[in-house]
Design a protein around this ligand. Structure first.
Ligand SMILES: NC(=O)c1ccc[n+]([C@@H]2O[C@H](COP(=O)([O-])OP(=O)(O)OC[C@H]3O[C@@H](n4cnc5c(N)ncnc54)[C@H](OP(=O)(O)O)[C@@H]3O)[C@@H](O)[C@H]2O)c1
Length: 204
């Protein structure tokens, strides 16, 4: 065993250093090429339609401003309409050609369907979906005797995703990307343990 340790002590350090010398330059070259390719083929957001849930504050709000600066049309969704209007105003100032504000609750399946429909009705298409607002329902596994209790939450995401897929089929490459910010904005703490977060669903 001692012989093996001695051998490893002698052989491993130079081998590691040699590997680093060989691998690092190729890794950095690869990163450099990737950087230039990304810069060359960056998507032109001018005139694209982006729907953002949870756009009245936080990450959703900042994403709205970033998309606005790139000239995208925006459909902003959240429950606080006044805050949404303010975000919409600022987004217009930053360069968005048109912003539609939709008051809706992502925990309700019918409302998810409605705001996607409203956005498509208003702009005639949907290019990006930023699935930022999420709901989670927490309870003990043994207490979850009635699976239908989760239905509104699951259905909201299912409706959104399936509707999104429908759009993808309907509009083809015009429906491109979904960004999801895995996490929770609403917690149903009716029960103490276990976690269910349908928001983590993601489509590209
Ligand atoms: N901040 C972080 O470091 C971080 C890191 C990883 C992931 N995340 C996740 O990213 C998401 C956004 O985070 P954040 O920090 O920006 O949160 P935030 O500042 O609390 O914003 C949450 C947004 O979601 C909206 N919202 C909440 N419940 C809603 C509902 N039922 N229906 C429609 N809209 C709803 C809120 O607007 P209204 O109240 O007007 O509805 C608000 O605009 C969250 O899911 C979070 O878990 C955050």
């Amino acid at each position: 065993m001692d012989v093996v340790h001695k051998f490893l002590n002698i052989a491993v350090p130079p081998f590691t250093i040699l590997s680093l010398f060989l691998c690092l330059p190729s890794l950095y070259c690869f990163k450099l090429v990737l950087f230039f390719l990304r810069a060359l083929f960056i998507e032109d957001m001018n005139g694209k339609v982006v729907l953002i849930t949870g756009a009245s504050s936080g990450i959703g709000e900042q994403l709205a401003y970033q998309y606005a600066k790139k000239g995208a049309f925006l459909a902003l969704v959240a429950r606080r309409e006044k805050s949404l209007q303010e975000v919409g105003e600022r987004a217009r100032e930053l360069g968005s050609p048109d912003v539609v504000v939709i008051r809706a609750d992502v925990a309700k399946a019918d409302e998810c369907k409605r705001f996607v429909e409203q956005a498509v009705e208003h702009f005639g298409k949907l290019n990006h979906l930023v699935n930022n607002a999420g709901m989670a329902s927490v309870c003990m596994f043994e207490e979850a005797t009635d699976i239908t209790k989760f239905t509104p939450v699951m259905a909201s995401k299912a409706a959104l995703i399936s509707f999104y897929e429908t759009l993808r089929i309907e509009f083809g490459s015009d429906v491109k990307r979904t960004i999801a910010t895995p996490g929770v904005v609403g917690l149903n703490r009716g029960c103490p343990k276990g976690n269910f977060c349908p928001k983590k669903a993601r489509c590209w």
